[in-house]
Design a protein around this ligand. Structure first.
Ligand code: R5P
Length: 310
């Protein structure tokens, strides 16, 4: 097996390579003066099982293009099999037509990855699990919930806990955490009139006296999370923390979390951790390097990946 990493998340890529007791393949990813991307794999991949690691996070278009070009380079170098490993799959939120004359960009990105030459995809907590079906190649969608539940059990008194979904779309994910840590479940009824702005309409369930844990796939502006935390505290929750897989954290999000009443926000390293996040007092990182590393190992050995979650 050979692992090559794009530039989006070097820390996680190194940690995955360490877990697999191997080195990242040598590879040059350079820019021409006009910012075109140029890739050169510096080692032979003929007949190899190649894994290309890249999160298509900010800057999403550059990181996506870099990954497509790396896949093309591996294909033209006669790799036996190419797996695109996307710890964070950007564009996933555009998974349906929100109105007339709009695109389904998640499907377009899936087409591009397949057309570039990927034989398989390995990703984590897709915004909607149906996106798996956008790829006509084998696609493994890993879940961070088992890692989160171990962390919750180690750090919280589960007697007073209540898991909360910050919107109706996240109920399945929240229920998975609630059943693993054996707590009740509540739901925030969120409405979004336009992208980037959300408001809470209702809290479904009695959160009085509970330490609430919000669970979600993405935190971007932080609006969903901070509004949900306020609503839960207004309804009598004792405290609110959050576990969120992908820390997109655009614009002022880190400051917003710092000023919020959240006791802590736990995100994974699916997206490169910025210095602002490292310096934030109430943000903690839960690494998914072992989970991804183990899934890569099992893929290479043709072993079951789904049994990782049994
Ligand atoms: C939306 O359905 C997602 O699951 C997240 O709740 C959303 O992307 C978070 O965005 P923001 O932090 O900007 O409210």
């Amino acid at each position: 097996m050979k692992l090559f990493a794009g530039n989006s998340n070097s820390g996680l890529s190194r940690d995955i390579a360490n877990y697999l007791d191997t080195q990242l393949g040598s590879c040059d990813v350079r820019r021409f003066a006009d910012q075109e991307i140029f890739v050169e794999l510096k080692e032979n991949v003929r007949g190899e099982d190649v894994f290309i690691l890249q999160s298509t996070s900010y800057p999403a278009n550059d990181n996506l293009m870099e990954m497509l070009i790396m896949i093309d380079a591996a294909r033209r170098s006669s790799a036996r099999r190419i797996t695109a490993v996307l710890p964070y799959f950007g564009y996933a939120r555009q998974d349906r037509k929100p109105g007339p004359r709009t695109p389904i960009s998640a499907k377009l990105v899936a087409n591009l990855i397949v057309e570039a030459g990927a034989d398989r995809v390995l990703t984590l907590d897709l915004h909607a699990t149906q996106i798996q079906g956008f790829f006509d190649i084998p696609t493994d969608n890993l879940f961070a919930i088992p890692e989160m539940s171990k962390d919750v059990k180690a750090r919280y008194n589960t007697q007073s806990l209540m898991v909360v979904s910050p919107d109706v779309g996240g109920v399945v994910r929240a229920r998975a955490l609630a059943s693993r840590v054996n707590t009740p479940l509540a739901i925030v009824d969120k409405r979004r009139d336009k992208p980037g702005e959300s408001k809470v309409m209702n809290v479904i369930g009695d959160v009085t006296g509970h330490d609430c844990i919000l669970v979600d796939d993405i935190i971007d502006s932080g609006g969903t999370l901070c509004n949900a935390a306020e609503a839960l505290l207004d309804q009598g929750a004792t405290s609110v923390a959050a576990y969120i897989t992908h820390g997109v954290l655009s614009g002022e999000a880190v400051n917003r979390i710092g000023k919020s009443k959240l006791t802590e926000l736990v995100i994974t390293d699916s997206i490169a951790v910025t210095s602002a996040v490292e310096g934030a007092k109430n943000i903690r990182i839960l690494s998914i390097a072992e989970l991804l590393g183990e899934a890569i190992r099992r893929t290479a050995l043709e072993q079951s990946v789904s049994s990782l979650f049994d």
